[in-house]
Every structure is written in structure tokens, then in C-alpha cells.
Design a protein around this ligand. Structure first.
Ligand SMILES: NC(=O)c1ccc[n+]([C@@H]2O[C@H](COP(=O)([O-])OP(=O)(O)OC[C@H]3O[C@@H](n4cnc5c(N)ncnc54)[C@H](O)[C@@H]3O)[C@@H](O)[C@H]2O)c1
Length: 180
């Protein structure tokens, strides 16, 4: 049976490219987005490229816990790739609470729901901002994190820790990957 991957923020820039790759690799994909930073162009483009006119699209906000629960109830989700977040470093300095609220709450709702359904694989789209000002470049996966230099970067560091702690607490039921 085909595995189903939920792509949060799947109508955005990276999410739409990943959706194409997933479909071409043989996965079923559910795209979910609140269109806060995109329109339907990429989603329509993905349907055209893949020939999947029936590609499921759920218009919802990941900060709405009930909407996330409904999504996991409607579809059998094997894995989530979490792209849904605000991503502008400069804007995050001007509007930190908007960034902390959206980026942290949306991800915690995904993890809490994954926990409620008994587990799921979670890939989090983090960022090189977690390296702060690195002592040496290029950074590698062994490079230690340093304090991030913006609220946006802080949300990525915090979400990494939240995922790590959640994986640890769930005894193998939730598996996590951090993508930087
Ligand atoms: N683009 C980059 O170079 C880059 C680099 C490092 C990390 N990232 C991370 O990868 C992810 C995707 O980046 P992108 O460039 O595709 O950004 P993007 O803004 O194009 O995509 C994010 C999508 O998430 C949606 N979204 C935001 N908050 C949401 C919410 N609460 N509920 C539902 N949908 C929501 C937006 O409408 C948008 O379509 C982000 O988490 C970003 O921080 C991006």
C-alpha cells in the first residue's frame, strides 16, 4: 500500500517542489496550507507537472488544533513534512510574537496530534540560522548550534528541541528528522 505524506505549507515554495518529488517517488501526498504566503499558482503547477488533478488540498491553519486533528482523522498520515511557517528574518525582528506564535504553535499542534494518533514520522524544515555566527565555514552537520540572530532563527532552534524531546518521550512511536 502506498504511504501517505502530509506536506504542511505544501502550496509554498519548497513544499510544492517536494510534493512533486514525493509523487514521482510513488507516495500519496496531502497538501495543506492556509495561503498566508502564497496563492494557488504552485499547487496548480504541481497538479499539471504530475498529472495528479486529484491532488488533495486542505486549506487550513496549523495553529488551529481542531483543524489539525480533523486532517489526521480524514487521512491516514504516515509522515509529515512540516514546512508551514513564517520565514522572513527581518519581519521576525519587527513582529517577534507573530513568528513565535505561528511557528511554534503550528508545529506543536502537529506533534501533539501525531502523539494522539499513536505515532508518525516527522520531518521538520529547520534552517541554517540555528548555527548563529559559526566559528568556521562551511558548516557541517557536526557544527554546534549557536544562539540564533533573529526571532525567526530562535523559532527554528526551539522547534528542533521540541521535536528532539518529543521523539525521546515517545519511545520510537514518533520518529523525527531535522532538515537544515
Ligand atoms: N526558502 C528557504 O531558503 C528556506 C531555508 C531554510 C528553511 N526554510 C524553511 O522551509 C519552510 C518552507 O519555506 P518556503 O521558502 O517554502 O516558504 P513559503 O512561505 O513559500 O512556504 C511556507 C508555506 O506555509 C504556509 N503557512 C505558513 N504558516 C502556516 C500555518 N500556520 N498554517 C498553514 N500554512 C501555513 C504559507 O502560506 C506558505 O505557503 C519554512 O519553514 C522555512 O522556514 C526555507
Amino acid at each position: 500500500m502506498k504511504k501517505t505524506v502530509l506536506v504542511s505549507g505544501g502550496a509554498g515554495f519548497i513544499g510544492s517542489h517536494v510534493t512533486v518529488e514525493l509523487i514521482e517517488a510513488g507516495y500519496d501526498v496531502v497538501v495543506a496550507d492556509n495561503f498566508s504566503n502564497c496563492d494557488r499558482t504552485c499547487y496548480e503547477g504541481v497538479k499539471k507537472i504530475t498529472g495528479r488533478e486529484d491532488l488533495p488540498l486542505v486549506v487550513m491553519d496549523f495553529c488551529d488544533k481542531k483543524a489539525v486533528q480533523d486532517l489526521f482523522t480524514k487521512y491516514h498520515i504516515d509522515a509529515v513534512i512540516h514546512f508551514a511557517a513564517y520565514k522572513a528574518v527581518g519581519e521576525s525582528v519587527d513582529k517577534p510574537l507573530m513568528y513565535y506564535k505561528n511557528n511554534l504553535l503550528s508545529f506543536m499542534n502537529v506533534l501533539e496530534t501525531a502523539q494522539e494518533i499513536g505515532g508518525c514520522n516527522v520531518l521538520f524544515s529547520s534552517s541554517a540560522t540555528v548555527y548563529g555566527e559559526p566559528d568556521a565555514v562551511p558548516v557541517t552537520e557536526d557544527t554546534p548550534r549557536k544562539p540564533a540572530m533573529s526571532p525567526y532563527g530562535n523559532t527554528k532552534t526551539m522547534c528542533e528541541d521540541i521535536l528532539r524531546d518529543t521523539v525521546k518521550a515517545n519511545g520510537g512511536k514518533i520518529k523525527g528528522i531535522l532538515l537544515r
